[in-house]
Write a protein of this length. Sequence first.
Length: 377
Amino acid sequence: MKKRNSSNVNAKLKVLGYNLNNLINICVENGIKLIDVKKYSPCEMEFYINDADLKKFKTINTQNYEISLITPSLSQRILHFLKYRIGLIVGLIASFVLILTMQNRLINIQVFGTSNVDKSQVVQKINEFGLTKFSYMNFDKSSLEKYLSDELKLSFVSIMTKGNSLIVNVKEELPDINNSYLPIVAEYDMVINSINIYSGTAVKSSGDIVFKGDIIVEPYNIVSGEKLEISPCAEIVADVYFSEKYEFQNQETRVFQTGKTQIISVDYKLGNINLFSKKFECKFENYELQKSCTLLSEYFLPLKINKIIAYETFSETVDLDFESSKEQIVDNLKEKVYKKVPDNLKVESENVKISSTNYGNIVTIYLKSSVYLKYGK
């Protein structure tokens, strides 16, 4: 028998039964080494045993004893760890092989700055240039930028690579509007007081309410039943209104965190490929969720660990006093609404309206200005 501290390497067994010395003698006869044997009573003992001797121990006659495994050996623990994580290990190996294989190959094309040109057109032209998915990215950036600019009539093209991604930033050419006739549109939310049309066709009249962007005068005249395009010309006098609103609630429910947290989901991903996932049932009745992402690689197909963490919360309903908050609410609304007024307009009147609801109060501030607008020559 050997006596040494082997708790981190060897298996630990517990034996219950009579005549324990007989079992020890049988082990000695069969060359089985029992390590750090401890007897707690004539019928109970514990000892450590290495893997090789454990195999021999299982072959001897122990039917008169009750034997239980207290702690598995280090090798057994490693095998158990690998057994239940084989998917993750295989996934990690596959991911590293894939990363090495996909180095300097094109996986994704990202296009920014388009409005009239469809992104798919840009991708198609890149493919026609010779860059397709999984092709090597050993190309001349300047040549591709010039090719896209000429083919798609772009005023600016910038190309950069990041990992396995090709990033394309473009700026489209502005349309030629020198020969276009544009309608007169409302510059503000306003009520028309008077309108004089010198050319063009009015679609709004005195007393109409119009909103910013609404067409007031179309760029054409009807001559002998035919539409004749023309540059519109008009004078408009209107009242312009600006407003801001705030809804005050008499009660407010506030949510606080208790400080307790729990991980409820863990995902190991290679790019968009899910390698391993595990979810846990949340033990909190009320909670907020937050996501975290840990990037383990700088490649375009990165190895990431995504976690969803639950933060336990509790709620409290708080009564709020409108009268003590009214002045501050009005001041805040004034600050916001006056920022909407252009520098060329002068505020002629200011009106604060407070209306009650079942749940509190609505505070609205209205500003009024008069404006004279002249369009055309």
